[in-house]
Every structure is written in C-alpha cells, then in structure tokens.
Ligand binder design. Structure first.
Ligand code: SF4
Length: 327
C-alpha cells in the first residue's frame, strides 16, 4: 500500500471580519471541510476560481494559518497538535513557491546571499566555502549559472526569478512543496519551462507537490490527480485522466468547457457551458449545495441539502446530488 505523506481531514478555516465600533463581526468561511491525501512522490493539482479557498488550504498546510478545525498530518505528525518548537523542524520539510517570487526576494541581497541565508540560519551547511558550493549546486539544479549568484533580483527575468524561488525552496531539502500559482505571472513559453523543471526535480529528488492554480489547463500536464474547489469545498477529486476525460461534477464540466482545445474542428463542435452570475461571497455562502445558484442542473433539493463528497467510482469523488455511486 502506498503511504500518504500528507493527510488533510475535514479542514476548516474561518476568518472573523468587521466588528469594529460596535458593529457585528462576520465570518468568512474560506475553507469548509476539505479532505484529501497526497502520496509520496505524487502531484495533486488544486484548482478553483479566485477566492475559492485554495491558497488558504495551502497556507494551513504550511502552518502560516492555524486551522479553525480539522486535522493535518504530515509525515506521520499531527501538525494541529504540535508545539511551536516541534513545528519548526516539520516546517523545514514543507516549502512554498509563490506566484511572484520578486516580492519575496530581498532586493538588496544578491542571489547568492538569498540562497545561502537559509543554509546558515538552519545550520544545514556550516562553513562559508561549503555554502558557496551548495549555492552553485542549487543554481545549476534549477537551470541557472554559477555567475547568477552575484546578480540582484532586478537583474533577472521573471522566469529566472522563479527559478531562484525554486532553488530557495530546494535549499531546505523539503519533501513537500506547495506550489502556489507558480507560473501564473509568466509568459506561456516560460510557463512550460518552469513546469518541466518542476517535473525533472520531482523525478530526481522524489519531491511531492501540491500544485495550486486557477486554471485547469495549467495543472493538466503536471498533476497525477486533481481536486476542484468551489467556495471552500471540494467539488470533485479524481486522477487526471478521469477528471479531464470523464468529469462528473457540473462545475468541473463548466470549467473544462472554457479551456481552449488546440484542434479547431474539435473546438468548433463542442458545447460550452456558460455559468450564470458571479461566485457568491464566502461571507454568506448559499445554503445546500454552494454551487446551486449557478448550476445549470440545479433542482429544489440542491438548495436544501449539502451533497457530501462521495466516491462514485474507485478513486473518483464528486459532491453532487445528481451523481450516484456506481454499484
Ligand atoms: Fe448542481 Fe445540484 Fe449537483 Fe449542486 S448538487 S452541482 S446544484 S445538480
């Protein structure tokens, strides 16, 4: 049996907002009962529109946010019960790659200083000469040159800066990397290079990825399985082939119908599902199925009861009253 590196069970994260000057505080239900596992060496794509809670899931896993409820077990350790001191050691094994590495790279430090700092702070590489050698190795691993160590962030292109962001994550020798929209700010040709690099590194170093994106076309290439989120909940979770070729949930079908197909004859012949309205506010999510105000198939029961995420076929989960498990 394959072993899960990360297990997220019924994760809940609510934020209190407002309540100033005697006003009533409101609750943003950013994540509302999310569960999934990621096996060692696997990539799980987590996809959804802006504001669906996917980044909050990533931040809870990294313990940058403390969950309101639920459990996160990483490498056998329940993070929700760990003291700060013990969390520090676990956190090192979980790293993050951001959408915009520029904002997280100190503009006054050279790339060499940026990469050697965590090696020194976490006492991963003690001597200065050894640290310089490790920085060179990290730069080469991500497709940069040793000379890049002397440059400043503003002297690099967007793609090169993202490679530095990846090298900085690798410096900590992680087992899990949360990739939070790592290619969204890059040109399409550079996106492919970064995704190929992430795949190469995974194969070489045995990394596990949670790959967060707002676009199903971006995660298709890299993901082994894909989870689709909407308003704080998982709507569908399946392996890549099943999700793209046999989607079960009306929301996944609508998202997929908006992804362009490179073949003009196929593109012309397919049906496009246009969703009505906007994503409702997580301050006041709809009752019942949270997708019901926009769902083209909604029935009366959809507004009355919440559909659970059920295993419809082996490994293929969906949360919809109209999709029944195959006996
Ligand atoms: Fe649509 Fe109802 Fe299914 Fe929700 S439960 S996705 S509203 S059909």
């Amino acid at each position: 049996m394959t072993q899960a590196l990360l297990e997220v069970s019924n994760l809940v994260k609510h934020f209190a907002v407002g309540g100033w000057r005697g006003g009533k505080a409101a609750t943003v239900r950013a994540v509302d009962g999310v569960s999934f596992q990621i096996t060692r060496g696997e990539t799980l794509g987590l996809v959804g529109e802006s504001g669906c809670g996917k980044t909050t899931v990533g931040r809870c896993i990294l313990q940058l946010e403390r969950p309101t409820g639920g459990r996160i077990v990483f490498d056998g350790a329940d993070l929700t019960g760990l003291a700060q001191h013990d969390l520090r050691a676990v956190r090192r094994k979980m790293q993050v790659i951001f959408q915009d590495p520029y904002s997280s790279l100190n503009p006054r430090m050279t790339i060499g200083e940026i990469l050697s700092e965590p090696l020194k702070v976490h006492r991963l590489v003690p001597g200065r000469a050894e640290r310089e050698a490790r920085v060179r190795e990290l730069l080469l691993q991500v497709g940069l040159l040793a000379q890049h160590a002397r440059r400043y962030p503003h002297q690099l292109s967007g793609g090169q800066r993202q490679r530095v962001g990846i090298a900085r994550a690798l410096a900590m020798e992680p087992s899990l990397i949360v990739c939070d929209e790592p290619v969204s700010a890059l040109d399409v040709s550079i996106q492919a290079q970064i995704i190929n690099l992430l795949e190469d590194l995974q194969a070489r170093l045995g990394l596990t990825y949670l790959f967060i994106a707002h676009d199903l076309s971006v995660v298709r290439h890299i993901s082994d399985r894909v989870a689709v989120m909407y308003l704080g909940r998982i709507m569908e979770l399946a392996d890549r082939r099943a999700l793209y070729e046999e989607p079960l949930h009306p929301y996944t079908r609508a998202l997929l119908s908006a992804v362009p197909i490179p073949d003009p004859s196929l593109e012309a012949g397919r049906e496009r599902v246009v969703l009505r309205g906007e994503v409702p506010s997580p301050l006041n999510p709809p009752a019942g199925c949270v997708f019901h105000p926009r769902c083209p198939l909604a029935e009366a029961r959809c507004a009355a009861s919440v559909p659970g995420l059920r295993e419809i076929k082996p490994g293929h989960w969906a949360a919809c009253h109209l999709v029944d498990p195959i006996a």
